[in-house]
Design a protein around this ligand. Structure first.
Ligand code: UTP
Length: 291
């Protein structure tokens, strides 16, 4: 079955990057010259997604405005012959249909995803976390997950290795290699605290493809870590019963929800940027000598 729908949860409060997120959603933070959520929407479109639901919250109106037309600005750029600048955002309107729904109460990622039930209907769908940008790789990360769904017919999680120190702030998965970067996943836990709970040093980071059965599971999922309804707790039920597939996607993931992730993205994407890359490289080399 072709997967054409995606959900982007973007209703989190972004408290790890306050005060920047007091007014401005973290999803709108730029990586060089493009907001994080535009990278994510472009990745979805490049993966065959045609319809996106963005889950928002109070104060996230900038996201809707960003994907809307801007008639006055477009007219000025057109008059000035600035076609490249126009194209940098105008192409999005042709790529995908975007809808929005408000989460209203910030009760966790699982709760946010449950708001997508009507939009999704009875099809498998992709989830792209609104603060996780994936750049590069052999193919767009979501496409890699969708292909794995096609291969095994089970829900898919995107995974990456994380350090022993960090794993208790993330999730942790029990996996067994199938081939290359593809694994069978039979269990998972959100924010593991004891050695017994640490199945591996792999975490679910930013991308999943889920069957519609997840909505019934979410309805029965009680608040877990941080007293929030955790998507990991619902996916654990899937993993324990039907099994899931895990793929270590090949792109590099940047967490725009934390300070270090924002800086890393700016530097690593910046040095590859056609306009400023060379100048930034020279600057970093010079600056490094002073450290
Ligand atoms: P995070 O835990 O990384 O985001 O959620 P957060 O809640 O904004 O983080 P802090 O701790 O306050 O800094 C992962 C993803 O789930 C979304 C977030 O927007 C992010 O994309 N999310 C989280 C929701 O949509 N709703 C929620 O209730 C919680």
């Amino acid at each position: 079955m072709k997967i054409t729908k995606a959900v982007i949860p973007a209703a989190g409060l972004g408290t790890r990057v306050l005060p920047a997120t007091k007014v401005m959603p973290k999803e709108m933070f730029p990586i060089v010259d493009k907001p994080a959520i535009q990278y994510i929407v472009e990745e979805a479109a490049a993966s065959g997604i045609t319809d996106i639901l963005i889950i928002t919250n109070r104060g996230k109106g900038y996201i809707e405005d960003h994907f809307d037309r801007a008639p006055l600005l477009e007219q000025i750029l057109e008059n000035d012959g600035k076609d490249d600048l126009l194209a940098s955002f105008q192409h999005l309107h042709k790529l995908v249909n975007i809808q929005y729904i408000r989460q209203i109460e910030t009760k966790g990622l699982g709760h946010a995803i449950s708001k997508a039930k009507t939009f999704v209907g009875n099809e498998p769908f992709a989830v792209l976390y609104g603060d996780d940008v994936v750049v590069g790789g052999n193919a767009p990360a979501t496409k890699e997950l969708i292909d794995a769904y096609g291969e095994y017919g089970k829900g898919v999680i995107g995974i990456k290795p994380v350090s022993r120190k960090m794993i208790s702030s993330y999730s942790c998965v029990k996996i067994e290699n199938l081939h290359d970067n593809i694994y069978k996943c039979t269990d998972m836990i959100e924010k593991p605290q004891t050695d017994d709970e640490i199945f591996s040093l792999y975490s679910i980071l930013g991308r999943c493809v889920l069957p519609p059965e997840i909505f019934d599971i979410l309805e029965n999922t009680k608040p877990g870590a941080k007293n929030e309804i955790q998507l990991t707790d619902a996916m654990k039920v899937l993993a324990n019963s039907y099994g899931m597939t895990a793929i270590e996607y090949t792109g590099t993931r940047y967490d725009i929800g934390n300070k270090f992730g924002i800086m890393k993205a700016a530097i690593e994407v910046g040095v590859e940027h056609p306009e400023i890359g060379a100048e930034l490289r020279d600057y970093i080399k010079e600056f490094a000598k002073t450290l």
